[in-house]
Design a binder for this molecule. Structure first.
Ligand SMILES: [Zn+2]
Length: 445
């Protein structure tokens, strides 16, 4: 059944529409080298685009996606020539080096730069906040692959296999959407017997980001694990600013130096009203990070929010290389606190708003699990861009109220009618055009 094409696409930033981005992804997937040399029945870009479509449609399993294999919409909306079966998809994508997918993220990122999508996200002095955090998405005692991290229980000797991903997103405290860069898998590294960890993955990821975006001005925001001398030296080497959490237990020397600075009147404190309570912010510049690295100076700020009876509601402490002044101190606190956005607006969205982040779509023997995780994050990136730039998508999302209702509607329309483009699909949902149409004829073959 064919529904008339969209009538009004005036307000859509065309190059950032879902259709344009799907075309961009297809072009980028065509540049991914195919490790296969002969016997190719399904081209690699089709296999990659099919997996992307599965996450874009939020299908709960490979089997659910397999059921729509003969749907013309996969060709019309995602440009897929030959859709692989579930088995074919697993076989084709398992040996693929996930590193090859980084370039695809960079192509999308460049398009966002061209479309000036990122400019409103500038946080301070031309710099963007880059929020980083790791999270697990797979854990099993039976299923495993060459990339799995292995944890052996000291008590029972039982081995648990795990996968984690270190995410990095550009975000701003005043804006809801986040822009993920290519994440770094926390996986078993070649030639290493020891498990990989978030700290090593962070080092790899930041080096890659600097190489891929040599001029991008960044303020890296991380938790207290990152406020150590080797990491800070690495950040400085990469010309990245930072706002890092700092806990008294980990930084006894630093906190002693701050107390000494109070005695010398070097600490500035500002306070203001917050609702029925009060916020106090103290800062001091140029204090040594720790005893062993006294030449490594950081700027320290401590935020305390109290209620009307003086009870403590919130406490945050950060170190930064940005010079703290009375005029930027409050903004820097907001920058440090923005870190929750990677947990809440990124990983929690992937886990709880229809993306099935923790589902096992197929684990493979080599890289399948990681390839799928990278493609799911890519689907999330395209959705975030739609949410930010496409008025039609925004109108549909507003009409349906929740992300889950939005994905359910997209899937049911996709299943029952034939569309010419994503915009066409959004338009039909927005204006309830499907109701005007005769009942769909189901293809039972
Ligand atoms: Zn694995």
């Amino acid at each position: 059944m064919v529904i008339p094409p969209p009538r009004n696409v005036r307000n859509v930033r065309k190059r950032l529409s879902a259709d344009a981005l799907h075309a961009l992804l297809r072009a980028a997937f065509r540049m991914v080298p195919d490790y296969r040399h002969d016997g190719i029945t399904i081209p690699l870009p089709d296999a990659l685009m099919s997996a992307f479509a599965m996450f874009s449609l939020k299908d709960p399993s490979l089997l659910a996606f397999d059921e729509r294999r003969h749907d013309r919409n996969l060709h019309n909306l995602y440009g897929i020539g030959r859709v692989p079966s579930d088995t074919q998809m697993r076989e084709i994508l398992d040996p693929l080096d996930p590193e090859q997918l980084r370039a695809v993220y960079n192509d999308v990122f460049r398009e966002l730069q061209r479309g000036k999508v990122l400019e409103p996200l500038v946080f301070l002095e031309g710099c963007y906040l880059l929020l980083m955090d790791g999270t697990g998405y797979f854990s099993s005692q039976t299923i495993h692959c060459d990339s799995c991290l292995q944890k052996t229980s000291k008590k029972t000797g039982e081995v648990t296999y795990q996968h984690q991903l270190l995410g990095a997103v550009i975000a701003h405290p005043d804006h809801h959407e986040v822009i993920p860069l290519a994440p770094e898998p926390i996986v078993q590294q070649d030639g290493n017997t020891k498990n990989d960890c978030e700290r090593n993955a962070g080092k790899r990821l930041l080096r890659k980001i600097r190489k891929e975006h040599p001029r991008l001005k960044l303020i890296v925001v991380e938790d207290g694990l990152a406020s150590n001398a080797p990491h800070i030296r690495e950040l400085k080497k990469l010309h990245m600013h930072f706002i890092l959490g700092a806990k008294p237990g980990d930084h006894e020397f630093l906190f002693d130096q701050v107390i000494a600075a109070i005695d010398k009147d070097r600490v500035t404190t500002i306070s203001w009203k917050v609702g029925d309570g009060e916020a106090a912010l103290s800062f001091v510049n140029n204090v040594p990070l720790n005893e062993a690295n006294q030449e490594l100076l950081v700027n320290f700020f401590h935020y305390v929010e109290t209620g009307p009876d003086g009870e403590t509601r919130k406490v945050f402490t950060f170190v930064t290389d940005l010079r703290i002044t009375c005029s930027n101190a409050r903004l820097l606190v907001r920058g440090g606190r923005a870190r929750w956005k990677i947990e809440n607006e990124t990983f929690n969205t992937l886990k709880n708003q229809g993306y099935h982040y923790e589902h096992n779509y197929g684990h493979g023997k080599q890289h399948l699990s990681v390839v799928f995780a990278m493609l799911m994050m890519l689907a999330f990136l395209v959705d975030q861009v739609q949410q930010r730039c496409c008025p039609l998508f925004q109108a549909v999302a507003k009409k349906l109220g929740s992300k889950r209702a939005l994905w359910d509607n997209l899937r049911s329309h996709f299943r029952h009618f034939t569309f010419q483009s994503m915009l066409h699909l959004y338009e039909v949902i927005l204006h309830d055009l499907a109701k005007e149409l005769p009942a769909p004829i189901f293809n039972t073959s």
